[in-house]
Every structure is written in C-alpha cells, then in structure tokens.
Design a binder for this molecule. Structure first.
Ligand SMILES: [Zn+2]
Length: 541
C-alpha cells in the first residue's frame, strides 16, 4: 500500500480532548486511511512533523464568509481563514445570507454586498432557491469546506413580511415556513437570526417559535445573535431557551457570546448559569466565542437616531450647533437609552479607540482613545473631542467586553470557538477589518493556552474541532481517526501566535505550518497554493 501523504513523527492531538500521542498518519483519496507509529510505506509526499502538533482542521462555528464566496477566485481562497488552520466554516450567520433570494431583490442584494465589501465590480447572483445557491457555491469552489445555515433575514423577506414592523399574516408565515423547509431539504444545518438588525428586530418570539418548529421537523439547530448583549442579555438568553423549548428543535447556539458594555460586566455568571440550567432541563444550548475584547463600528453609530437623518452634510452641520451638542450629550447619558446600542454610554470615552479617520487632521491620533486625544489636541473636554471627531466620522473600536467575562465564557463547557469574521484574500486595500478575521485560532493557542494556561492544548483543540463537529452533526470530521476526512493542521505549539492587530489587521499568524483539506495540501510551510478542494457540506439525514 502506498499513500498520497504521510505525516511523520507528529504529536497527535485527536480533537476528542484526550492527551497527545506520537504516531504517523497516512492519507489517500481524501481520507485518513491509517494511523500507526513508524509507518514505512511509500508516499508521494512525506511531511516531517517532528516537535509539531498534528490535529484536526479547525471548524469555525460562526463565520460571515458568505460574500467572499461570490466575489471570484481570489476570494474563494479564503486566505485569512486557511492560514489560521480553519478547514471548514459555518456560513449564513446572524440571520444574514445570500439565499433564498427572490428575483426582484437581487439588485438590492448586490448593492448590499458592494457596500459591505467596499468593492466596485459587477457580480451576478444566478440563483433564487437555496438549492440553486448551494449548487452555485459548489461551482465556485472554495479552499475550505462550507457548512450552510439559512438566515432568517432571507426567509422573512422572501415570505413577504419584509421590513415591516408587524407580525406576519398566516399566509406569510406559511410561505416563510415553506422557504425554510426548502432550505432544510437542500441541506442547511439550521436557521440563524440576528435580532438586533432590521427586519429581524421586528420578529416577536412567537414568530420565531413557529419557524423553529420547522427546524424541529428536521432535528436541526437554531443559531442566534441574540436580542441584546448588555442591558438585556439575560432576557435575550431566556428567549433562546424558550424558542428551543417550545419549538422542539434540536438545540440553540448563542452566537459570539459576550457581555457588551462595561456597566454590565459580570453578567456572564448569570448567562452561563441559565445555559447550564437549560441543559439540565434537557434543552440543549451551546455558544460560540471569539477571543477579543473589542467590537468595531463607526463613531456615528453612537448618535441618537434622529441626528443621523438626511444627508451626511446635514448631519455634520447639525453636529456643529452647540445646542444640538448639548441635547445629544443629555440623551446619550440618560439611563434609559433603549433606542440604540451606545458604546459612549456603556463603555465610556476611555474605551473608545480610533482605528481610521479619513481627514488629515486626525492622522496623529490613530490608535488613541478619546481621553488621550483630548490631551493631545487640547480640546476643552472629552465631549468636544467626541463631537469634533464625529464631523469626520472615524472607524472606532471599543473595549466593550471585560476580560473576566471573556475568560469565564471561554472556560465554560458549553463554549466552542468561532471567528465571527470572514475568510478573505490578503488585500490590505480592502480596508480595516477586525483582527479576528486572521488571528482567532492562533490567538487561542498562543495567548490563552501557552501564555496564560487558561485552557489545556487538548481542550482548546476540542473546542475548535470535535465539539463544533458534534454540534453540527459532522460525523466524519473534527477527529483524527481512520476513515475520517483528512482535514488536518500541523502547527508549532511553541511559536503559534496571532499577529493581526486592530491597527494592522491584515497579518497572517505565525506557527501554522501545513493545512490539509479533504486530503489536499493547501498550505505548505506557511505558504498557500492555489488549490480549492473544499466541499459544500449538507446536513446528514
Ligand atoms: Zn452577529
């Protein structure tokens, strides 16, 4: 017997959470066909993994790679993902996806993709149904495997309730269920919601339970970016539990679980207790998480909605008026600000950092927080700094999450890893992205395993591999066993670390040496080739 690839002398960490052992791995026809010590058979290619860890490819439980998949070959190489060891990713998260998509909505969808990516090109969306969409993704070919989940956005819009702030009629509800069934028949692994975004924000719990009952028919999962992650996080977790309980679907996944807003820090004690209790009651709830304490947005997102009406010029003029400034200040600092999520109120100026600003006059304060900028620029107070910055509306990150909550969630037994990022090509000109696009997995392995010893290496890898695989029902991935797909990462446990930062996010990590997808080498010695052996996975029936 000869093999296409043999990986020799590696420390095998099999993904199940068990301690490592030393063995060789033989790969043929896409599969791991043999695991033994001292294999002496022939192979077309031998990878020497001495002193390296060999483990299953990482399965990203939460990604937004959807747009990349329709933007051409450079994008479907998903370099930011495969270079951190990701070999499969879930798509269609936070209620957002590209199918089903009624014909009359295509133009709108293309516009949205262009806006999200900042690209200027013509693209075609030659599908309408979910099945047609998956077939198209198959044709487009991606470097890694894709795990499709249908977004509720698409279902509600296709069903006719669209962007209206009301309950759907019976007819619309039936139509929505029909579209969801179609997606499930095509192979979707479940349905996702993003309950802070329009139009999903208009969906009441009852509407979601009705739809989740369809998931129950297929024993499938409900994924949710929950209704609130700060002030209302407890109620929002309870809503997920209620939806799973009343619908009878297979389980619920809380997306990028976090406590956002300094004044709410510590609430993960309660959210994790609720998740624990639900599981004890037989309601299967899990969560995913990315290992960063900052989110990212435009500074103008902190303004009351009324100030954002009209053109950008009108907004700027308004912001120059001292009376308007006083009114905004008062509204932001009111305690009952339920109308919009607000990092100024929740986190404070000292936690808001400028990432990029279009105007020349701000180039010396990139990377600084608002307190620091007040000093550097000599403004009379932080509010003046805030309003002056707003005239140019910079991109900011805010330290919305506390490390104590992050670590508590990370060590919860219901947590698995997900990037909440997207697989994108190495193109710094695309603009500033969140570093999680490039660094999520190496950051866990370098910072939280090696440096902090918060997780053991075996446990961290389990949360990246067999746990998401089990959750999704991927029976032949996520473990290094004979007769499973050869999705494999070889990395250096002594050096693995993320390099992407908020200031400079387009940077590959260190220490991820080789990545194999379905038995094909895609990354070799830190270098990605042009192969795209990924498959579109479908929910096993
Ligand atoms: Zn989300």
């Amino acid at each position: 017997m000869s093999y296409e690839i043999i990986i020799k002398n590696g420390k095998i960490i099999d993904g199940a959470g068990n301690p490592w052992y030393r063995a060789d791995i033989g790969i043929k026809n896409g599969f791991i066909t043999k695991i033994r010590s001292d294999m002496s058979e022939d192979a077309d290619k031998v990878i020497d993994a001495s002193n390296m860890v060999v483990c299953p490819g990482f399965i990203d439980a939460h990604s937004h790679t959807d747009y990349s998949l329709v933007l051409g070959h450079q994008f479907t190489r998903v370099s930011s993902f495969i270079r951190q060891g990701i070999t499969s990713c879930v798509i269609g998260m936070c209620g957002d996806g590209l199918a089903p998509i009624p014909k009359e909505r295509k133009e709108e969808a293309v516009e949205q993709i262009m806006k999200m990516t900042g690209l200027n090109m013509t693209i075609d969306l030659p599908w309408s149904s979910y099945e047609e969409y998956l077939k198209q993704l198959e044709k487009n070919q991606c470097a890694i495997n894709l795990v499709p989940v249908v977004g509720y956005d698409n279902i509600r819009i296709a069903g006719g309730a669209r962007f209206e702030n009301r309950e759907p009629s019976d007819e619309e509800l039936n139509k929505m269920k029909g579209y969801l069934r179609e997606a499930m028949e095509a192979g979707a692994f479940g349905m996702s919601t993003g309950l802070i975004y329009a139009p999903q924000i208009y969906a009441k719990t009852e509407e979601l339970i009705e739809l989740a009952k369809v998931l129950g028919e297929y024993n499938a999962l409900y994924f949710s970016h929950i209704r609130g992650e700060g002030k209302t996080v407890i109620e929002a977790i309870k809503e997920v539990i209620e939806i799973v309980k009343k619908s009878g679907c297979a389980g619920g996944q809380v997306a990028h679980h976090k406590i956002a807003g300094k004044i709410y820090w510590g609430r993960s004690i309660d959210t994790l207790r609720l998740i624990e209790e639900a599981n004890e009651d037989g309601i299967n709830i899990t969560c995913d998480q990315y290992p960063y304490n900052r989110g990212m947005c435009n500074l103008s997102a902190t303004l009351p909605p009324w100030t954002r009406e009209g053109t950008v010029e009108e907004m700027k003029n308004r912001l120059r008026d001292p009376e308007v400034r006083e009114r905004i200040k008062n509204e932001i600092m009111e305690d009952e600000i339920d109308k919009w999520e607000n990092i100024v109120h929740d986190d404070g100026f000292e936690r808001i950092y400028i990432v990029s600003a279009p105007a020349e006059r701000w180039q010396d304060i990139i990377g600084k927080n608002i307190l620091e900028i007040t000093k550097i620029k000599g403004f009379k107070d932080d509010w003046e700094t805030y309003f002056e910055l707003l005239i140019d509306d910079p991109q900011v990150t805010s330290e919305g999450q506390g490390w104590e909550d992050i670590r508590r969630i990370m060590t919860s037994r219901y947590q698995m890893i997900g990037t909440d990022g997207a697989g994108i090509p190495y193109l710094p000109s695309l603009g500033v992205y969140h570093p999680r696009f490039y660094g999520t997995y190496p950051r866990i392995l370098g910072k939280f395993v090696r440096e902090e010893k918060l997780l053991t290496l075996e446990d961290a890898i389990r949360r990246m591999t067999s746990f998401p695989a089990q959750r999704l029902g991927l029976r032949d991935r996520g473990l290094l066993r004979e007769n499973t797909w050869a999705d494999i990462v070889v990395f250096n446990p002594e050096t693995v670390i993320d390099k992407a930062t908020f200031e400079n996010p387009h940077q590959f990590s260190e220490g991820i040496l080789h990545v194999i997808v379905n038995g094909t080498i895609v990354v070799e010695n830190n270098t990605q080739n042009r192969k795209r052996p990924g498959k579109i996975l479908r929910r096993p029936t």
